[in-house]
Design a binder for this molecule. Structure first.
Ligand code: DGJ
Length: 712
């Protein structure tokens, strides 16, 4: 009896050390990850895949054999291979000592298990350079995180030239397929897929932030996974600076994924006694395809990372003034917009760029975070009181990391801008970046923002960042300390102003990653608010991040690419995330206002399902003219189906849309918002909805519909 209890207790532990096998077993609800110490005293990867129920099955790991030109260390699945010996793959770590020695060979020293965390201490074979491999598991969420702590215990400085967070190994095989997110400004998070052959595929940012061009997320499958089935290994890096994920298929059928801070122009000085802690690299495994991989990440963000994780709150419906007024903001104009927004049901009014300094255009003002007295003679108080008086929250745009050369701040502190002495300072959007790595800059920015929040009743800030780094300064630690100080300022602000909510924006979706999502309530997904383009941007975003943080605005047409879609279509696209309006409400007709008020009211009845529920991608915008997404509330009681037809060829009828994630035995009552659903019946069993599906009459161009299902 006691023995059985002891065995059960052991198997319930998320981190176990199987001493006879010298193996650490990380148990998640549906997957297992294992590493061990091999016969050469090196830490070796052992297993990552479906859950193994019996840790006692593990046998001691053994280093691989050498042959011909291949070394033992090069062929072994080392958990964190440093540059040293005959290792030619992507290294996890590279560093130089001041005496010129620049190889590292790490041996196991000790380990420590504490709850859901494992720390395995390793050390270079001769130098006092310690590397602790850190693991944390969230068994119920199906996610684990890895990071490394690199400690210089020598008496000399060490320069770290490459410090990855983790190197993941997949089972030896070929035929893997990589899914990743690439893009550009106004075209972020485009889903890309390709079969891997031998060699390296690098996804990265060298731009100082997460970037529009690539997003630090990957998924690998065996070439046959779909939304519902197939083995998928996936990961997301928690870092908003230069990052790199390298997927390497070796010619010996090994598949490795290294990820962490980018080693591009990287040379981090590690003084004696100092430790460099790498960002966390989160990952998971599922046998239920890309849909489940996304849902695991979504749930993880919502329940473990998000600032409101302990007491989740629905995201309010937002209005943002940017597309309506650009820099021409003033008190009467903003009050007018706020009144109109409130009449539609908006809950959070955000004044965007243009309210401060000499900010009449994008050539001046950044850095001078005091109210422009011409536009707001009495400060922000009048507008804020008006917005609060209407029953809305008030939000304000800021871009704290930037400075225009035409600003009082720059005139006073030209050296605060990132630059290389004596070299030109490249301006983009007429601005330079402040060196946030400098303590004086960090303290100044914190104080300015703190004063702004203390003196005004601001509920929300949109934190923007509209350029990337260049001429990166003499301090080689800048790339890292810049990002850490941005995090520190946000953390300090949130601690001092606990009710403050934040949107992360970088000219659209340039700063969306798991470390940012620990600190912000939502992300501005893209400056491209054109609804049809948005379907693809949102699809890619949804592979990694939950709908709740995906901010979507309804804006005016024709939009930035000249396309015009119906207002209903624009609303339904935006209602698939956190809904906002960015249109010029002065131009809206009565019919627009009526439809908008109806859609916003409707959204409020489904938003907890969209924002906190489970997403099922039913039809991809990249696969055909039909896009369909379905959300099922966490308790299964409500579900919402969105369907969009971009264009139709005459008499090319649509296939039935088959739903997912429902209870086959339950009956669902359907509510429609239009006449697009063909069957007249409004009650169906879950088995019918998932097996037979629903027929719709979607026709012409940019048609759309939504159906709400309530479990009876
Ligand atoms: C870029 C953002 O993405 C826009 O929404 C807007 O805030 C502008 N910056 C303002 O300069």
């Amino acid at each position: 009896m006691f023995l059985l209890a002891a065995v059960l207790a052991l198997s319930a532990q998320s981190v176990q050390y199987v001493a006879p096998a010298k193996t650490f077993v990380l148990q998640l609800e549906e997957s297992t990850y294992a590493l061990g110490v091999n016969d050469l005293n090196r830490v070796q990867h052992v297993y990552w895949g479906p859950r193994l129920q019996r840790p006692a099955d593990f046998t001691p790991p053994r280093a691989a054999a050498a042959y011909a030109f291949e070394s033992r260390e090069g062929m072994t699945q080392e958990e964190y291979p440093a540059f040293g010996g005959m290792r030619y793959g992507e290294p996890a770590l590279k560093a130089s000592h001041s005496n010129g020695i620049r190889d590292i060979v790490l041996g196991y020293v000790s380990h420590e298990i504490s709850g859901d965390t494992l720390k395995v201490r390793t050390k270079d074979i001769t130098a006092d350079l310690f590397v602790t491999l850190c693991y944390r598991v969230w068994p119920r969420r199906g996610i684990l995180a890895r990071w490394a702590e690199i400690e210089n215990r020598t008496s000399q400085p060490v320069t770290v030239e490459n410090a990855q967070s983790a190197l993941w190994h997949l089972p030896d095989n070929t035929g893997y397929r990589l899914t990743y997110l690439a893009g550009r400004w106004a075209g972020e998070t485009q889903l890309e897929r390709e079969l891997l052959g031998p060699g390296r595929k690098v996804m990265e940012s060298r731009r100082g932030n997460t970037s529009h061009q690539a997003n630090p997320w990957f998924a690998l499958d065996e070439g046959d996974a779909n939304e519902d089935r197939g083995r998928v290994w996936f990961g997301a890096l928690a870092w908003s600076g230069n990052w790199k994920i390298t997927v390497e298929q070796t010619t010996s059928r090994q598949l490795r994924v290294a990820g962490g801070m980018n080693d591009f122009d990287f040379a981090y000085p590690l003084a004696p006694g100092a430790t460099l802690v790498t960002p966390e690299f989160h990952a998971g495994f599922t046998q239920r395809g890309f849909g489940d991989a996304s849902r695991l990440l979504h749930r993880f963000v919502l329940t473990e990372l998000a600032p409101d994780r302990r007491a989740p709150k629905p995201r309010p419906v937002l209005y943002n003034s940017w597309e309506a007024t650009t820099f021409s903001v003033d008190e009467p104009g903003q009050k007018d917009l706020a009144t109109k927004a409130r009449a539609l049901g908006v809950e959070l009014f955000v004044m965007d760029d243009g309210w401060f300094g000499a900010r009449d255009h994008d050539k001046a003002g950044l850095g001078d975070w005091f109210v422009n007295k011409k536009k707001f003679p009495n400060g922000l108080g009048g507008l804020i009181d008006h917005v609060h008086g209407l029953g809305m929250q008030f939000g304000l745009w800021v871009e704290p990391e930037m400075v225009n050369p035409d600003s009082d701040l720059y005139r006073a502190h030209p050296d605060w801008a990132i630059h290389l002495p004596g070299r030109p300072r490249t301006e983009q959007r007429n601005q330079l970046m402040l060196n946030m790595a400098l303590p004086a800059v960090r303290d100044h920015i914190f104080k300015v923002l703190d004063d702004l929040l203390t003196q005004n009743k601001i509920d929300f800030i949109k934190w923007d960042m509209n350029r990337h780094i260049s001429e990166p300064g003499l301090d080689r630690a800048l790339y890292v300390n810049y990002v850490r100080n941005v995090y520190a300022i946000i953390d300090q602000l949130r601690a001092k102003h606990p009710k403050l909510e934040i949107e992360s924006c970088s000219g659209g979706g340039g700063r969306a990653d798991l470390e940012t999502l620990k600190r912000v309530d939502q992300v501005w997904t893209s400056d491209n608010t054109e609804a049809f383009d948005r379907l693809r941007i949102q699809e890619g975003f949804s592979f990694a991040y939950p709908a709740k943080v995906m901010m979507d605005w309804v804006t005016d047409v024709p939009n930035m690419n000249g396309r015009s879609t119906p207002l209903k279509y624009r609303f339904l696209v935006a209602m698939q995330g956190s809904l906002g309006i960015g249109a010029n409400l002065h131009h809206w007709k009565d019919a627009d206002n009526k439809l908008a008020a109806e859609m916003i009211a409707r959204y409020k009845t489904i938003r907890s399902t969209v924002q906190e529920g489970n997403l099922f991608r039913l039809a991809s915008p990249s696969a055909g003219a039909l896009t369909a997404n379905q959300y099922v509330s966490a308790d299964g009681r409500q579900s919402v189906l969105f369907a969009f037809l971009d264009h139709q060829q005459f008499r090319q009828n649509l296939s039935a849309i088959r739903l997912k994630g429902l209870d086959p035995l339950a009956v669902y009552k359907l509510t429609t918002i239009d006449d697009k659903l063909i069957p007249r019946q409004r009650e169906f069993s879950g088995s019918w909805l998932m097996g037979r599906g629903l027929d719709f009459r979607l026709t012409g161009d940019y048609d759309s519909t939504m159906v709400i299902l309530e479990k009876q």
